[in-house]
Write a protein that binds this ligand. Structure first.
Ligand code: ACO
Length: 463
């Protein structure tokens, strides 16, 4: 394990160079987040013009800090950064997060090279420059100027876009997606995706890794590391800069080369990396992976009270390489006992619009408890004879009573405001739920395809 990368996630002490006296300035907000998020180690604000900020003693320079400093967050203008790195080297820091913009992304390549040269000289690993910082929930570390509190969980999010990253950090709170880490990776002058993947691949608190990527620095190494990590946990990538104009925007944003779309997609596939086309897809899938057990094998069964939604889901699954076979006979016999005579008992099992809330949940649970079934997609359309919240609550209760999910279950609830709250209820209980059938079906296809990928690479290794 690289000591510098480890210090980035698990520092014993953090110094903030450029900790400002003024609320609203970046250096102030980073210090505030470190304190408010409850970092348990030592925090050293550095500012030659201040004596105390937010109740902490301030040091004029790093060399005057009385203890050791593992991680230095650098929030001073770009031109001062190389000198700060020299000072950090002298106090034995192992990693630095360089917040400042004004490097390669604006054509200032020399300054970026100088920064890396000095960091290498001192054996310091650098995150950035041009970043909003890092959050790592297991260490209670929020060294960023994003939101203060994130919901702790198992999704690690690496983002090459600062503003988008901060915005999505906020979204994870609204959408109740628990995160283990949020890392703004910026210009990737030193630490790149592969370094972070190596750490997060071994991190027991991270179950799924999500990357917003504009370009990679060392494609071969990324592939090698990703290939190993995807055997253990899913890696989802949103690759930006797919069009010519998009690629130009990437160059001026983080100074990266966006590269050829097809080459990226092929490389991702070969390394088992899951490519999402939109932010929505990426977060939908990350949620599903973070809540669900891995798909092993067995039939996927669709249970729906709405024929059309069942058809749309089927189309989405098939377009993503998941074929549907008839449901197990034992399941058909079981549900026939209580479903209306006109229910369609294929796959999807259409329980009809006449079904009650209890009947819908019963059919979903019967499918889930059938030994030949490997995954269930429950597709619910709001009707006057059912209550979305009752369905959600009963489903949560039944899953709990059966000892929790041992195979993937994904739910879609389509309808009005009541379905919105029912979806929240399900997500809170870690049953992934979505308001649109295509989104739920795409998430299910991704979960199944990844489960198959893992089985395939494991069989190859064992055979
Ligand atoms: N050591 C320690 N502190 C110092 C030093 C030094 N050598 N020199 C100055 N300071 C103090 C300053 O006095 C100031 O404190 P004060 O506010 O109490 O007076 C503080 O450090 C900050 O220095 P400023 O010169 O005021 O710098 P400012 O805070 O305005 O800007 C920053 C620094 C934020 C790094 C800016 O240069 C920058 O690059 N901003 C862009 C950041 C960004 O957007 N990052 C990209 C990703 S995120 C996204 O895209 C949303």
């Amino acid at each position: 394990m690289d000591e510098g990368v480890k210090a980035l996630f698990e520092p014993r002490s953090v110094a903030v160079v450029g900790a400002s006296r003024h609320p609203g300035k970046i250096g102030y907000e980073i210090l505030n987040n470190l304190i408010e998020y409850g970092f348990p180690g030592k925090i050293y604000p550095i500012n030659p013009k201040a004596e105390e900020i937010l109740g902490l003693k301030v040091y004029p320079r790093l060399s005057e800090v009385p203890g050791t400093v593992d991680l230095v967050v650098v929030s001073v203008p770009a031109r001062i950064v190389p000198d700060v790195i020299d000072e950090a080297g002298k106090v034995g820091a192992k990693a630095a997060v360089v917040i400042a913009s004004g490097f390669k992304e604006v054509g200032n390549e020399e300054l970026e090279e100088e920064l890396v040269k000095r960091a290498r000289k001192h054996g310091i690993r650098v995150l950035g420059p041009n970043v909003f910082g890092i959050v790592y929930a297991p260490s209670r570390l929020n060294a960023s100027f994003g939101p203060t509190h994130v919901i702790p969980g198992s999704v690690a999010f690496i983002t090459q876009s600062g503003a988008l990253g901060i915005a999505l950090m906020g979204m994870t709170i609204v959408e109740r997606i628990g995160v283990s880490a949020i890392i703004s990776i910026g210009n990737k002058a030193d630490i790149d995706d592969a370094d972070l993947l190596e750490y997060l691949g071994e991190d027991p608190r991270t179950r799924v890794i999500l990357i917003y990527m504009e370009g990679v620095r060392d494609g071969r190494r990324f592939m090698e590391v990703a290939k190993e990590v995807t055997k253990k946990k899913p890696v989802i990538v949103i690759k930006a800069g797919k069009t010519e104009a998009g690629a130009r925007a990437v160059a001026s944003h983080t100074g990266s080369l966006a590269g050829n779309v097809k080459i990226y997609s092929t490389a991702f596939r070969q390394a088992g990396v899951i490519e999402a086309m939109t932010v929505e897809e990426a977060f939908d899938w990350a949620r599903a992976f973070s809540y669900l057990p891995r798909y092993e094998d067995g039939k996927l069964v669709l249970v729906t009270n709405g024929g059309g939604a069942g058809v749309l889901s089927t189309d989405m699954l098939v377009s993503r390489g998941v074929r549907l076979s008839p449901p197990p006979k034992s399941l058909v016999e079981k549900v026939r006992e209580y479903l209306p005579s006109f229910a369609s008992l294929g796959n999807p099992i259409d329980v009809t619009g006449q079904i009650s809330s209890e009947g819908f949940v019963r059919a979903v649970m019967d499918a889930l408890n059938n030994d030949e079934v490997g995954a269930v997609l429950a597709i619910y359309c709001q009707t006057a004879v059912t209550d979305p919240m009752l369905i959600a609550s009963k489903l949560v209760e039944s899953v709990d009573l059966s000892g929790g999910l041992r195979k993937p279950l994904i739910v879609t609830m389509i309808g009005g405001e009541e379905t919105y709250w029912a979806i929240q209820r399900l997500n809170k209980a870690r049953i992934p739920a979505y308001p649109m059938p295509e989104r739920a079906a795409a998430a299910m296809a991704t979960v199944i395809n990844y489960g198959r990928y893992v089985s395939r690479v494991r069989n190859l290794r064992n055979g």
